[in-house]
Design a protein around this ligand. Sequence first.
Ligand code: FA5
Length: 342
Amino acid sequence: MSASLNARIEEARAQALAALSSARNPADLEKVRVEYLGRSQGRLRDLLTALKDLPAEDRRAAGAKINALKEDLAGALSGRAEQLGRSGGSSAAGGADLTQPGLARQVGHLHVISQTLEAIKDVFGALGFSPVEGPEVETERHNFDALNIPKDHPARDSFDTFFLSCGLLLRSHTSPAQVRVMESQAPPVRVIVPGRVYRPDAVDATHFYCFHQCEGLMVDEGVSFSDLRAVLTMGMEGLLGAGTKLRFRPSFFPFTEPSAEVDVSCIFCKGAGCKVCKQSGWVELLGAGLVNPAVFEAVGYDTERYTGFAFGIGVERLAMFRYGINDIRLFLENDVRFLEQF
Ligand code: FA5
């Protein structure tokens, strides 16, 4: 074999392998492929063309050598491509290719109900109400009796719940926590109790069997209905925006007297009437009232000295109203397309 053709073959091998090892991306690899293995102008094609100038007896061995080089380079090319694919391609030895777009990291955030609970805590916290927790598994005394809902009284139906075999039950409202707080401390009291509650309610667009409430309780000397009105008005303005109006409709809860259902003016139509408020201009969000002296008696508070108010906000209903959500079931479906909007 001609010494010079042999040298050219070895030189091509060394240069191609060096070019491959410094290739950093698919474009670099393609350049090497075209330069060495390209059909029309590749260096291996030139070597093959040069075969014709060799004496006939040398051609066979030289041709085999060029073909071996071609196979070696093809193997080295795909090996390097695989290597670059694994490392994601890089612009500097071992480093990241800073010219490539970054990979977005999926970051979670608080569920819209947790965000609403946080907002409630912030707003009422600013009004001097400290958050406390009550147990979700309760006694009949705390959920009913001490709240002036005696056995067999029809009011039990509104707060019916899931009873456990051990005589305990799942609390059907956050009001039992009022009793626990008053049992454990003397007045003055100013607390809110956010938490989960349970009821055997049929599920529809506005009802679920497991939902959240936030109780509020203030007890001191001289607490009146106007304090309740002022606190709720400031609270709802904080949660729904300045100018939000409240409407108190007489109602009945065994643990408050007088009692009221509290409606807020619709934040979408400003009271003019729309789909969200069912054309009424108002949306019912909570129950409230002055603490019934019967509850004070059950916890041992002096009914001559102290008065107080309590309220219970439906947190899902508040969130639905705040964000214009029309179905409570969406909160629990865990569909990220819904959740990532908030
Ligand atoms: C109560 O649960 C009383 N404990 C509230 C209260 C506290 C009154 C303190 C007076 C003093 P009510 O059953 O109305 O009241 O429920 C309060 C709120 O919870 C309702 O206004 C509504 O927003 C929400 N709610 C009630 N049932 C459901 C349900 N099945 N699914 C979702 N939200 C509900």
